[in-house]
Design a protein around this ligand. Structure first.
Ligand code: MN
Length: 255
């Protein structure tokens, strides 16, 4: 089993070290690490087309040989699967992200969009995120990765589908729940400042997002209840139930 490991926190982040370390302990596993050379969190499903991409072979703190890419997480996966990594890849794993990626976070998340890119290449992919921004302990997430990765590689995933895993930050995990995307509440605020030359500039500030913890069965609910959340995500975001209605809205248009 050839496992390609990436992340969005950058190739030197502790979470990716925990993930490739866990993958290496699987029987018959061969691990390739290719990830952004710096933090690319919330980069979204970015495809870099108007500037060159560079890849450097780097030695990480534990001696691991890895590929550091100047592009986004999805660029890293695209490069690898288009032939930069010569041996066929059986599964792509992304993370372990420092911070959750649930509900509407997923199209912002470089952790998840790296897995989306793999799904475009019909390679099974799993994104792992830990519900902690500070001093995370990755052991439980790594243990679950060791469980779900071989299963997913063996069974495969439906077309244009990936798995999004979120792990609660607790030593008392209750189990696993298969979930759907819940409802995020963002608390972003526009912060306006002025540079030394007198020009305004802006930050997206505000508090961290919260969410509906009461909707039983959602990813946000599961993690709030100390369950590991596993959500099957499809890239087809069409609202099929709306198609008939929308046709009715538009059917009297003519040229
Ligand atoms: Mn991140």
């Amino acid at each position: 089993m050839h496992i390609l490991v990436t992340n969005d926190d950058g190739i030197r982040a502790p979470g990716i070290k925990a993930l490739y370390g866990a993958m290496r302990t699987l029987p018959d596993a061969r691990v390739t690490v290719m990830a952004p050379d710096r933090n690319q969190s919330a980069i979204g499903h970015r495809k870099t087309l108007r500037e060159p991409l560079r890849v450097d072979e780097v030695t990480l703190s534990d001696g691991t040989q890895a590929f550091a890419c100047s592009g986004s997480p999805s660029d890293s996966i695209a490069l690898a699967l288009m032939g930069f990594v010569e041996d066929p890849v059986d599964i792509v794993v992304s993370g372990i992200n420092q911070g959750p990626n649930m509900a509407q976070d997923i199209t912002y998340s470089g952790t998840v969009t790296a897995a989306m890119e793999a799904a475009l290449y019909q390679i099974p992919a799993i994104a792992f995120s830990l519900d902690s921004q500070t001093e995370p302990a990755f052991e439980a997430a790594a243990a679950f990765a060791r469980h779900i990765v071989p299963l997913t590689a063996e069974r495969g995933l439906p077309d244009l589908t990936l798995l999004n895993v979120n792990i609660p930050h607790t030593t008392a995990i209750k189990g696993v729940r298969v979930t759907w995307q819940g409802r995020r509440q963002y608390h972003d605020e526009l912060v306006r400042r002025v540079d030394p030359g007198g020009r305004p500039y802006y930050w997206i500030g505000g508090k961290a997002p919260t969410g509906d913890r009461e909707e039983v069965g959602s990813d946000i609910w599961a993690v709030a209840q100390d369950y590991i959340s596993v959500t099957p995500i499809r890239l087809d975001m069409t609202h099929r139930q709306m198609i008939d209605d929308l046709e009715n809205w538009l059917d009297d248009f003519s040229l």
